[in-house]
Design a protein around this ligand. Structure first.
Ligand code: CUA
Length: 339
């Protein structure tokens, strides 16, 4: 594990880490500059304007609009520069690119369960290729955790009953720390792991060498049958008594009551656990709740099955990982883009 040339600063190994450092150094620099300036001037004035005789009365000061404007406008400009720079970086970090490869993360006391979209599972270890955009879709089985990779300068809470995302593009092969950064109980400090960044070709080999497991989309399709979803949504999600699921993910859905929602992870999860909350226009609230009947991991599998149900010819919302096996391409209609 390498470290940076400055002590206590973790290595910089993602496309965003240098930008985060630059902002951090700017903030530290501005803070150090004004700390020195103000304390210097303070000491200088204390000496220059000290009381020289016991009964000295100071000359009254009338004030200066020019000076007051100056010390209001300059700090305002500096504060706004921090805001604009910070906001720009925040949005860049908070919006995963559309063509990122998706990896599912489930946090639980006290481990990280990871599944690639081609089916490979890992615990407390995440293998990723350098130079490719990776989007993590994260949820928790119990309490709040936080997926923190210092070398990539990314960190996001992992919450029960909700999906959060973060993304990165690693720049160089190596092994980097993974931490849980939210106190989650007795063994919180042991909820650690490694991010292993590999050359893209090594990664593809690793991926195909570990291809014994079922992809989440295929597991989701089996759940779709065993839970009886097929009786209303159709064997291939074509719809029936329930709305069609083909092409659903990422689309706009009109509801009974007039609103429109985007079919994202949160909407699909809600529709499985609390189906009467948002009923699709023209349908009756007949679907039973599946709350407590599906684990967070099964929910992810059903979700990736629904994501794989694309209208033929339409591009998938996110390119899956390169698929070494035929099984995974069976349900994902368009061939995955290889970046
Ligand atoms: Cu999980 Cu702290």
């Amino acid at each position: 594990m390498q470290t940076s040339w400055i002590p206590f600063i973790p290595e910089s190994a993602s496309t965003i880490s240098g930008k985060v450092d630059a902002l951090y150094f700017y903030l530290s620099g501005v803070t150090a500059f004004f700390t020195l300036l103000i304390s210097g001037v303070l000491i200088f004035f204390v000496i220059k304007y000290r009381r020289r005789t016991p009964f000295e009365i100071p000359r009254p000061i009338a004030g200066s609009h020019k000076l007051e404007t100056l010390w209001s406008v300059i700090p305002f400009i500096i504060a706004m520069s921090m805001f604009a720079w910070g906001a720009q970086l925040y949005f860049q970090n908070a919006r995963p690119p559309k063509n990122a490869n998706e990896i599912y993360i489930v946090g639980k006391q006290w481990m990280w369960k990871i599944q690639h979209s081609t089916g490979q599972r890992e615990i407390n270890e995440l293998h990723v290729p350098a130079g490719r955009k990776i989007k993590l879709i994260m949820t928790s089985e119990d309490t709040i955790h936080d997926f923190f990779i210092p070398a990539f300068r990314i960190k996001a809470d992992v919450l029960p009953g909700k999906y959060t995302t973060e993304w990165f593009e690693a720049t160089k092969p190596g092994t980097y720390h993974l931490f849980c950064a939210e106190y989650c109980g007795m063994n919180h400090s042991g909820m650690i792991g490694s991010i292993i960044v590999m050359q893209p070709t090594d990664f593809d080999n690793w991926l195909s060498g570990n291809a014994s497991q079922q992809s989440p989309a295929v597991a989701g399709q089996q759940l779709f049958q065993s839970l009886g979803c097929v009786s209303c949504h159709g064997a291939n999600g074509e719809g029936g008594r329930g709305p069609a699921l083909v092409g659903l993910f990422g689309s706009k859905v009109s509801l009974n009551g007039g609103q429109t929602v985007t079919a994202d992870e949160a909407y699909i999860r809600e529709s499985i656990e609390n189906p009467s909350a948002k009923v699709v226009l023209g349908f009756n609230p007949i679907m039973p709740t599946f709350q407590g009947q599906v684990t967070p991991e099964q929910l992810i599998q059903i979700m990736s099955f629904i994501k794989s149900l694309q209208v033929s010819g339409a591009p998938a919302p996110a390119a899956p990982m390169p698929t070494p096996r035929a099984e995974a391409t069976k349900t994902a209609t368009p061939p995955p883009d290889r970046p």
